[in-house]
Design a protein around this ligand. Sequence first.
Ligand code: NAD
Length: 490
Amino acid sequence: MDTIANFIGGQFTRPVAGRYLDNHDPATGAVYSRLPDSDTADVAAAVGAARQAFPAWSATPARERSRLLLRLADLVEANLDRLARAESIDTGKPVSLARAVDIPRAADNLRFFATAVLHTQSDFHDTDEGTPGQGGRAVNYTLRRPRGVCGLISPWNLPLYLLTWKIAPALATGNTAVAKPSEVTPMTAFLLSQLAVEAGLPPGVLNVVHGTGPGAGAAIVTHPDVPTISFTGSTATGKWIAATAGPMFKRLSLELGGKNPLLIFADADLARAIPTAVRAAFTNQGQICLCGSRVLVERTIFRQVLDGLVEGAQRLHPGDPLDPATTQGSLASRQHLDKVASYVQIARELGGTIHGGGAAPSASSLPERVRGGAFYLPTVISGLEPGCRVEQEEIFGPVVTVQPFDSDDQAITLANSTPYGLAATLFTQDATRAHRVAARLDAGIIWVNCWLLRDLRTPFGGMKQSGLGREGGAEALRFFTEPRNVCIGL
Ligand code: NAD
């Protein structure tokens, strides 16, 4: 069985207290590796190493930092098969998805920020007013400097993609980092730390500490020498981090949960809208923060869309994630499966109609290797009150609800009716309506006639309880740097 190690100061280390956690393959239920159950002592060592590496790394020319990150990106790509397999075993997602999306996009993150830092601009202001009688001309310029040690905490659904989304801008701008991947899916971060050595990243620039949220994560959040925290995960954890790190005046980026609406108007191109809605609901077993988990449909086409969704869901039968032909894998853990199933049970009790799915697949329908896995059939539910828990709370699984609407205003009210505001999608052929509705949707990203297209230059993040701050492109370069304005009197 593999034993995952922490990566601290360029060394692969055992946890100080010697404790380990089991790492499960959710598709089989088997324990396939173990990971350090790190605590404050391990985090202190990692922060110490990152602090020590900071002066040299922040003084390293951007071109050299860029070169090393590009080398790391090349190595991620060169190890595509190995990383995709590890990600599939850790998460239960189809290996085809990890191969086509997660791992290539992790390399893209590294490349994007490695090159973005070579093309930044600084602000300059020519000041022509001053104290009357004392002249008044000055020039101002704004220096942007790295902030020091960054704490980077990521979830289990897109493990390598989301970790590199934080590591790349933090390191490219000259910070050093202590990263903590989810304890549910640690393997790709471990492999990345091995590749960091191969890429020649100086010791201490990137440190990876494995362990639980309360054990290792909280120790990073509360460490006084970590002024910057970038967190992606649940809203509940985000609230705790905000309450804890706020009084310490840390800079925070919180990318949290979602309950994203997908609106289909009667004038939509249904040949495009329905398959996209199926993809938006069930890709990665519905475990993407950007999944469209509430489909809102104009009443005149409600039946047609509902039938199309149910048909689409029924075509997605879970299979062995390691089989390249599988398109629907296992949920990330048995515990998460129980949570997802409990919401379907609530929907039943509330009188919702379950259209297919609503259960785990029968053992006989699954390949023998994965009969002990955390599988759940794609499920479509209609007939619930928009204010009920199933419509309001994040389920984060292969479960989608469908609601009818009668007007643009009602569609917008329903879309904005949850505490979340991460993403929204709308399908209409009417360009005016698209702009009008998009401007009124409370979401950080609004897709029109498409879903999940991401340009890394655009700001990324949510409104309301979906988060604080924005990452992506220039926003990330700003987040990880501190402006210093220099005013020179002339
Ligand atoms: P989670 O909040 O349980 O855990 C996320 C990470 O935080 C893990 O590494 C965990 O160990 C750590 N953690 C937990 N408690 C902590 C604490 N007290 N202090 C510090 N760290 C702590 O979330 P999860 O279940 O791993 O991930 C699923 C959630 O992530 C969903 O809500 C999903 O919507 C969200 N998510 C959001 C985005 C986004 O960009 N907005 C992207 C992906 C996932």
